[in-house]
Design a protein around this ligand. Structure first.
Ligand code: ATP
Ligand code: ATP
Ligand code: MG
Ligand code: MG
Lengths: 255, 255
């Protein structure tokens, strides 16, 4: 069972798009996949057509211990892909948990009950390094870092790497960075090419060979509540996420 | 003196790009402008070539009362445009201020001392609705909401509007939403056009007529520490931000 957090505090780099579509491509290859929406914006939930009202069972009520996770998980439109959705009330968790000792392990506890059933658990993190992202880092074993091939991409990375190191030494020895994924890449511009080279210089082998190219079909798919494999299975976006999936699966034997 | 927060909890929608370039275009029209970096990612500071080390005087030390704001403000490469930069240590403020009664007014107090000198203060907010964004909403009189013309754009808006309403009724009666700005608009795709129509349906007159088109020069400029008016003054990006500036200035007499 691989539990992977997809995180980067820089906003709009392709975290949610990667969780939704990598999840769908892994399911297409026969894996049992759970995607978890740990971002109060609830974009991942909407990507699968789930729009929860305040108070409905969600990751929020699961992390507060009010609902059992297996009662909240839903089947998506894709065979082999299930989702643990969230609502906006998740934003309040930071304040509510702030005094408790076990506040970093609320998500880990919740996911433990679900892990037997799934080959992959992919967690979509919010654009910050706050309590929700820390919770997801405590629950995960692997970190994937989506990055835009644009100027601000490298700026926040130092802080993200320091946070991963801190979580690993303090609370989760298993956590490691599997790789950096170039997203929304527009190979026509020199800026994108130069930034990609820069990323490879920084990360060496820990950069996925697959690059996700900019492709408007990826931005259209969530409007229909579908991953790219259902919305437009032959487009560049689907091809790129399938290439990434081949790389991710190839790592399985090394686990 | 107009104090404007540029905010949207959705990540990567053009907040920092708007603060930097609207600021530069207002300065070009002879206004005295201060841009404030209230995002721990410090992208706005970097956009003007300022890269602070931990512990250096910054917005963080100003909000903790350790430094006087006028000692931290710097002149930018642009005549009439100054910046109050930040470093990554700003991320820790949430926890440090969490117990104090006046925690929502730290930024407002800091900016009060600077307001005499400037015609415009533009505050760049992080991609969240946490303490730093609330602080900036308490300090500001106006809210500009940059939005990408993509599917997720409208999803988080309800929460943002509720937060503005709460801040207005509880702590800052002056706060009002001036307008929504369409950013990174790619008029070749139907998705962008449909989303823009949707935004106009929701917001009516409170949508700026100017639309910021997708333009790679806007993404290149921060790599040189320059706003678009200095980096490529004739490109689409500079034209669009100048058009926005004309609209913003035209509102001045209505103030
Ligand atoms: N490869 C791509 N090509 C074109 N559009 C893309 C691509 N990947 C993502 N997008 C679009 O770009 C926007 C940002 O992507 P996404 O929401 O996945 O980023 P995020 O990192 O999850 O953002 P946030 O920081 O707000 O959580 C969305 O509108 C999405 O549809
Ligand atoms: N009109 C535009 N055309 C092309 N690229 C743009 C445009 N506006 C912004 N960008 C680029 O898109 C990326 C996101 O923009 P920006 O960083 O300003 O968004 P943000 O809302 O401040 O992000 P965050 O939520 O992380 O603070 C940046 O790499 C920026 O250079
Ligand atoms: Mg997201
Ligand atoms: Mg920003």
């Amino acid at each position: 069972m691989r539990c992977i957090i997809i995180c980067n505090q820089k906003g709009g780099v392709g975290k949610t798009t990667t969780v939704a579509n990598l999840g769908a491509c892994l399911a297409e290859r026969g894996r049992e996949v759970l995607v978890v929406d740990a971002d109060p914006q609830a974009n991942l939930s909407l990507h699968f057509g789930v729009d929860l009202a305040r108070g409905e069972p969600s990751l929020y009520t699961v992390m507060r211990g009010e609902d059992d996770p297996s009662d909240v998980v839903r089947q998506s439109a894709v065979e082999g892909l299930r989702i643990l959705p969230t609502g906006v009330d998740l934003a309040g968790l930071g304040v509510e948990l702030s005094g408790e000792r076990g506040r970093l392990f609320a998500l880990r506890g919740a996911l433990e009950k679900l892990q037997q059933r799934h080959d992959y658990v992919l967690i979509d993190a919010p654009p910050s390094l706050g309590l929700l992202t820390l919770n997801a880092m405590c629950a995960a074993r692997e970190v994937f870092i989506p990055m835009q091939t644009q100027f601000f991409a490298l700026q926040g990375l130092g802080k993200l790497l320091r946070t991963v190191r801190k979580v690993r030494s303090a609370v989760n020895k298993r956590l490691r960075i599997t790789g950096v994924l170039a997203c929304m890449h527009d190979s026509r511009t020199c800026l994108a090419q130069e930034t990609l080279d820069e990323i490879k210089k920084h990360f060496g082998r820990r950069v996925f060979k697959s690059v996700i190219r900019k492709n408007v079909r990826l931005a259209e798919a969530p409007g229909f509540g579908l991953p790219i494999t259902e919305y437009d299975p032959e487009c560049h976006g689907a091809q790129d996420y399938r290439a990434l999936t081949r790389e991710v699966i190839a790592m399985e034997s090394a686990e």
